[in-house]
Design a protein around this ligand. Structure first.
Ligand SMILES: [Zn+2]
Length: 274
């Protein structure tokens, strides 16, 4: 096995699997199973927080990505020295617990906190829709040809983003409006960000009302498979590479709204739904 197999992309929140390894995490225990419904924090792009829940009835304090080198050394989270999915490494979902685990080889029940997951899934779908709506609202402010998103608008989001954090029922995305973005042809000069937010919110309302289906393309069952979020919007099918979890239809989000705040060259988009 070169990777933990994961079932969260299809929306699963429970499972049963064999405990295949235990790695020390300070004075805690990192449990590795063959297959898990738990979504761990990604170390390369840590946008969606770890799932909560229990393994074998024991609370999972944290759930992180682990990478094991060919020599058997295991690194966790920010300490991983290679990029997500690097070949030659084993990629693991590490469930961190505070209690002594059962022996390797034991079958354990895995239960994710479904309400917490559902709130993160809604936040993550809202985050992607808000990014696409922001691209559309800013499309007229590019002076050079830029890389386009799947709806045909210059991809402000992927060009300027510095961090994205999914929270329960929303997200916080941070964009850098510096010199390098100006060189690529985007100018924020004279932009009324309240008006931009209004335009984004109008578009989000239309997309929620369209009850568009959302799905995740899953090329393989392993943790680091290159999965893609897809949403059939009225304008066409949107697609964004994504390792997280999502709702099944845009109507599940309720009202999606963004606010934009500019602080010097940093633009922050707060998205909420529900
Ligand atoms: Zn995503």
């Amino acid at each position: 096995m070169n990777s933990t197999l994961v079932t969260f992309p299809s929306g699963r929140t429970s499972g049963r699997s064999e405990l295949v390894g235990i790695v020390p995490v300070g004075d805690r225990h990192g449990l590795v199973v063959a297959e898990t419904p738990f979504h761990p924090l990604d170390h390369t792009w840590p946008d969606q927080p770890a799932d909560r829940g229990t393994v074998g009835g024991t609370p999972v304090i944290d759930c992180v990505t682990g990478a094991q080198s060919a020599t058997g050394e295991t690194f966790l989270g920010a300490d991983i020295p290679v990029r997500r999915g690097d070949e030659g490494w084993r990629w693991l979902v590490v469930h961190v617990t505070g209690e002594a685990p059962p022996p390797v080889g034991t079958e354990v029940e895995l239960e994710v906190d479904a309400a917490h997951r559902a709130a993160l899934s809604a936040g993550h779908t809202a985050c992607h829709l808000a990014a696409l709506a922001l691209n559309a609202a800013l499309a007229g402010h590019w002076r050079k040809e830029a890389r386009l998103d799947r709806l045909g608008h210059p991809d402000f989001d992927q060009t300027a983003i510095t961090s994205s954090r999914i929270v329960e029922g929303g997200s916080v995305d941070v964009y850098r409006l510096g010199k390098s973005l100006r060189k690529k042809g985007f100018s924020a000069e004279g932009l009324d960000f309240d008006a931009v937010a209004g335009e984004v919110n109008d578009r989000l309302k239309t997309w929620v009302a369209a009850d568009a289906p959302v799905r995740i393309d899953v090329p393989g069952p392993e943790l680091t498979a290159r999965r893609t979020w897809r949403c059939e919007l009225p304008e066409g099918e949107a697609a964004i590479p994504c390792g997280g979890t999502h709702v099944a239809r845009t109507s599940e989000l309720g009202r999606v709204q963004v606010s934009l705040t500019l602080d010097e060259a940093t633009l922050t988009m707060h998205t909420t739904c529900g």
